[in-house]
Design a protein around this ligand. Structure first.
Ligand SMILES: Cc1cc2nc3c(=O)[nH]c(=O)nc-3n(C[C@H](O)[C@H](O)[C@H](O)COP(=O)(O)O)c2cc1C
Length: 346
């Protein structure tokens, strides 16, 4: 069924097809019909960050930046849904075209630039959703906020989404907001994480609910840099790390149509880099905090590979575009079929 839909969607420009799919998934969610379109994945309840997940396969950030189709995605079988990246103020993102499919490589290049309707709009969408499962809200900074003041944007978003999120993801790894990735390193990272940890304690005290904080990182760091991030996460009491965002590398797409477009590359070509990052993190963290793996899962076995590398949960974006909802069930089944001893992060 998805093969047919894909044939039609892939005839449209990547962004038109993205907008249309989001509308359809959102409408299907409101009508409650999405679960009729796809066979439900096996139940594989998983507890991570103190939260109960229906299964360990989630929707990665960026597909539903404004929380427009939360119920729709949940009904397709995802065990959790991450919305955003959202910024304090609405912003248009980069000029179009800014989204490119590379079907020969099962890949996508994007330079969307956090196009979103702002955090207040997103909170209204979350309030309107009926979904009661795990909802992650991914936060970032406006493109025109100087990097030196990035903290203000993250803290403002944290305050606004706190009451509405199962967990909050701090995105310091998008390549499409100038300077953002510099927040992954050294004193900038420590200062940001300290400020977030302090504000979270205040919010937890005031609300009686401690919302887990996850940090999302890039696949383009050296092993030493990744290890330094791991130490900073432990030192500041973070609750999870998401590895990874898109890559700046063009390995695997050189010479292909759109292969030299600027932006972040995702899908099959980022898989090994992302899994490597998971392995380095797992070796450094030694279970101190869980890893959520994203990057290049286009078949069920790739999800199992991430769990074997040390992840507790996985997320999918590009694979969902190419394979549709069938990939969710395939990934859950592949994880369920793993020998229990191989599920390192569980
Ligand atoms: C078009 C597009 C937009 C994205 N937007 C975001 C975003 O706003 N925030 C974020 O943290 N990650 C974003 N991502 C990254 C994905 O969440 C994911 O980490 C990455 O694509 C690797 O997974 P994949 O290979 O399954 O796509 C985006 C990815 C794509 C393809």
């Amino acid at each position: 069924m998805y093969d047919l839909a894909r044939q039609m969607l892939f005839k449209l420009s990547a962004e038109t097809s993205h907008d249309l799919s989001l509308d359809l998934i959102g409408a299907g969610g409101r009508l409650g019909i999405n679960r009729l379109l796809t066979k439900a994945p096996a139940r594989l309840p998983t507890t991570v960050m103190g939260l109960q997940f229906a299964n360990p396969v989630g929707l990665a950030a960026g597909l539903d930046k404004n929380g427009a189709a939360i119920d729709g995605f949940a009904q397709l079988g995802f065990g959790f849904v991450e919305i955003g990246t959202v910024t304090p103020r609405p912003q248009p993102g980069n000029p179009q075209p800014r989204l490119f499919r590379l079907p020969q490589a099962t890949a996508i290049i994007n330079r969307m630039g956090f196009n979103n309707l702002g955090v207040d709009h997103l909170v209204e969408r979350v309030k309107a959703a009926r979904y009661e499962g795990v909802l992650g809200i991914n936060i970032g900074k406006n493109f025109d906020t100087p990097v030196g003041r990035a903290q203000d944007d993250y803290l403002l978003c944290l305050e606004k989404v706190y009451a509405h999120a199962s967990y909050v993801t701090v995105n310091v790894s998008s390549p499409n907001t100038p300077g953002l990735r510099s927040l992954q390193f050294g004193d900038s990272l420590k200062a940001l994480l300290d400020a977030l940890a302090t504000r979270r304690e205040a919010l937890a005290l005031a609300s009686g609910r401690r919302v887990p904080l996850a940090i999302k990182i890039a696949p383009d760091m050296t092993d030493e840099e990744t290890a330094q991030v791991a130490s900073a996460l432990i030192a500041t009491g973070m609750d999870a790390v998401i590895a990874t965002n898109t890559t700046l590398s063009r390995e695997g797409v050189q010479g292909l149509p759109h292969g030299d477009e600027a932006g972040g590359l995702s899908g099959a070509p980022v898989r090994e880099k992302s899994t490597h990052t998971v392995r380095v993190l797992a070796a450094e963290l030694k279970g101190a905090l869980p890893i959520i793996a994203a990057g290049g899962i286009t078949e069920g076995r790739h999800a199992a590979e991430k769990i074997e590398a040390g992840a507790s949960l996985v997320q999918i974006y590009s694979g969902f575009i190419y394979r549709g909802p069938a990939l969710i069930r395939e990934a859950v089944d592949a994880i369920a079929a793993m020998p229990v001893g191989a599920r390192v992060g569980f």
